[in-house]
Design a protein around this ligand. Structure first.
Ligand SMILES: N[C@@H](CCC(=O)N[C@@H](CS)C(=O)NCC(=O)O)C(=O)O
Length: 263
């Protein structure tokens, strides 16, 4: 049985849950409560010293990195393959997966500069310092610290939104003459990028595509209409947290002149 260590609202975890649901594969859930800092518990650090989810355990194999996990799970059952058969399309799918590192960094920035910022500002300075110090990746810790201090004014925020705008342009261009990123059917490429679009929507930035790209908007509606989307997200969704995320995003972005041109 596949064991997945994952976070309820975590974008990378949603990516893996989407693939599991698309393939209707059985899996054992090990939920890690990220807001309370469970990723820093020694038991979890033994599985992933980098202190992030998702982590997949399959027998003796421990896998980190959501795009790699997604491809691995897909390959376990060729009968329900999401990876295209064509070699060129496989390479193009892996490019989407590799670019996810950039999308993750971007949505992480947009979330920490808005919703997570509000949560961290509600803590005492000592608690915040302890949280930053516990992060194994100190580059990331410094970025989060800057986002908490400066919010929408942080230079990380403008770069992040520019990158997400570029992702939308790339998705839209890929849909030229075809309904799905890899041709005429839903594929692993969709499963890889969906969670980042979803998070962008959750922080109130759906205008990035809704006001610019009807083709991408239609594609995203079709992605969301699939049973996998509901199954991968709804059972884990913390509605009050999602409402707070949307409100924090709107407060941060919609009232800031730096973001007006994107919305
Ligand atoms: N590149 C990694 C990124 C993993 C990652 O950063 N996961 C986030 C949740 S989406 C996490 O666990 N964050 C822990 C934290 O913020 O302390 C992947 O795609 O799996």
């Amino acid at each position: 049985m596949l064991k997945l260590y994952h976070g309820a609202n975590s974008v990378c975890s949603i990516k893996v849950r989407l693939v599991l649901e698309e393939k209707a594969m059985a899996w054992e859930s090990h939920h890690i409560d990220l807001p309370s800092g469970q990723q820093f518990d020694p038991d979890f650090l033994a599985l992933n010293p980098r202190a992030f989810v998702p982590v997949l355990i399959h027998g003796d194999l421990i896998l980190r990195e959501s795009s790699v996990i997604a491809e691995y799970i897909d390959a376990l059952d060729p009968a329900t393959a999401l990876m295209p058969a064509d070699l060129g399309k496989q390479a193009l799918t892996r490019i989407w997966g590799t670019q996810c590192l950039e999308y993750h960094d971007s949505v992480n920035t947009l979330t920490f500069g808005s919703y997570q910022r509000q949560m961290l500002l509600a803590k005492s300075p000592e608690e915040r310092e302890a949280r930053f110090a516990a992060m194994p990746d100190q580059m990331r810790a410094k970025k989060v610290q800057d986002l908490v201090e400066n919010g929408a004014a942080s230079p990380h925020m403008t770069v992040a939104i520019e990158r997400m705008a570029r992702l939308c342009a790339e998705i839209d261009a890929s849909l030229d003459g075809q309904d799905w990123l890899m041709g005429d059917s839903y594929s692993l490429a969709e499963a890889l990028v969906t969670a980042y679009i979803f998070r962008t929507e959750c922080v109130g930035l759906a205008g990035l595509w809704e006001s610019r790209y009807p083709r991408m908007s239609d594609w995203y509606q079709r992605v969301k209409a699939r049973a996998s989307f509901e199954a991968a997200i709804a059972p884990w969704l913390d509605k009050p947290a999602m409402d707070k995320m949307l409100n924090a995003g709107k407060e941060t972005f919609l009232n800031d002149k730096n973001f007006a041109s994107y919305l």
